[in-house]
Design a binder for this molecule. Structure first.
Ligand code: F6P
Length: 385
């Protein structure tokens, strides 16, 4: 007799999943891409094949199942050994991703041009069953983990793998993609350092990270920035200007200021570049504001460079490759062990599994009493406060 999924709590979905004989696993990548996604895919496929499972990739988040007509070659990609050869070091994701297709709040255009958000999760769960998929490995950030948990509530067997350059997911010491972003941001800051020095300018470098300052802080400290502005510490621009002028008096005629895209002044708000239907607000633009204000306050020429998506593209560092491979293999082991509704997390020296709902309960921001912040202060870096 087929054992049915006992944790099936959906009032809506009529489907259920066979726990005892998993044959087919799906993997998807959701949200913004991050270096290491292909390494996870490779590890999942090879580990799954070793355990006797078949693997399919869902194209572009869940779109391969939700809008299959968009994919002439099919919304599902069979993933075998050949498909994942030589991809560990490649940026991007071979199965595509999207940060617009949240099945819980899917934007549907109305005849008058406006949009309404529709919950398509029942339809999605049905599509999994129709395609003979017994379990899902969902690779993504907080939004993806929230979706994965909701699908579990509707009867799907899911294991999450945390990804984001922002490093803002709770319960894992780090997400893959972060190390590459910090490495590349540091490289860029180093390059900008010499040109700032030659021209005696203030160079403002805006980095991604959404509402968390991890990338700015780590890259800024690693590359000896003079000021680092992060969302966790609202800044006073006068304090930053004082730092620049202080350096000027000490014969240092240039300054490097790293600004997280989510940084904001005391009593001020985030700078939002765009609000688009069906996706999170797009931050960006604070770097230009900081540069203009510093130029005004110090009388020094100030320029802004926005690193943006450069931090997400390209090949993963070896640390991110290893972490991604470990996460992918651990996700398959979780399925093999009968785990569901969990996220793989790094808890050095090993990986462990945490309930998905725990992982998304709150955003992981930079702790103000953490030693990286203390290090920045000890080194004389201005944090704008
Ligand atoms: O979450 C990763 C991230 O790169 C953030 O740092 C950034 O705010 C956002 O995604 C940008 O997303 P998009 O590429 O969709 O504009």
């Amino acid at each position: 007799m087929r054992e049915q999924y006992t944790h099936h709590v959906s009032r809506f979905s009529q489907r259920s999943f066979n726990l005892t004989s998993i044959k087919r696993i799906a993997i998807n990548t959701g949200g913004g891409d991050a270096p290491g996604l292909n390494a996870v895919i490779r590890a999942v496929v090879l580990a799954a094949l070793n355990h006797g499972y078949e693997v399919v990739g869902i194209r572009d988040g869940y779109n391969g199942l939700l809008i299959p007509e968009k994919f002439p070659k099919g919304g599902l990609v069979p993933l075998d050994r050949d498909k994942v050869r030589g991809i560990t070091h490649l940026g991007g994701t071979i199965i595509g991703t999207t940060n617009r297709g949240n099945p819980l709040r899917y934007p549907v255009q109305q005849p008058d041009g406006s949009y309404v958000e529709v919950d398509r999760s029942d339809e999605l769960v049905a599509a999994f069953a129709d395609n003979g998929i017994d379990a899902l490995i969902a690779v993504g950030g907080d939004g993806s983990m929230e979706i994965a948990h909701a699908l579990w509530e509707k009867g799907l067997r899911v294991v999450g793998v945390p990804k984001t350059i922002d490093n803002d997911l709770e319960h894992t010491v780090v997400t893959f993609g972060f190390d590459t972003a910090v490495f590349f941001a540091s490289e860029c800051i180093d390059r900008l350092h010499s040109t700032a020095q030659s021209h005696q300018r203030v160079m403002v470098i805006e980095v991604m990270g959404r509402y968390a300052g991890w990338i700015a802080l780590h890259a800024g400290v690693a590359s000896s920035a003079d000021a680092i502005l992060i969302p966790e510490i609202p800044y006073d621009i006068n304090r930053v200007a004082e730092k620049v002028l202080d350096r000027e008096r000490n014969g240092r005629h240039f300054s490097m200021v790293v600004v997280a895209e989510g940084a904001r002044p005391v009593n001020g708000d985030y700078v939002v570049q765009a609000k688009e239907v069906g996706r999170a607000k797009r931050l960006g633009g604070i770097g230009d504001q900081v540069a203009a204000q510093l130029q005004e306050l110090t009388g020094k020429e100030a320029r802004c460079v926005v690193l943006g998506h450069l931090l997400r593209g390209g090949k993963p560092t070896s640390a991110d490759r290893l972490l991604a491979l470990r996460f992918g293999a651990a996700a398959v082991r979780a399925i093999e062990a009968g785990q569901t509704d969990v996220m793989v997390a790094l808890d050095p020296p090993n990986v462990r599994y945490v309930p998905l709902v725990e992982a998304t309960r709150r955003m992981k921001t930079v702790p103000l009493d953490g030693d990286t912040i203390l290090t920045a202060r000890d080194l004389g870096t201005s944090l704008g406060d």
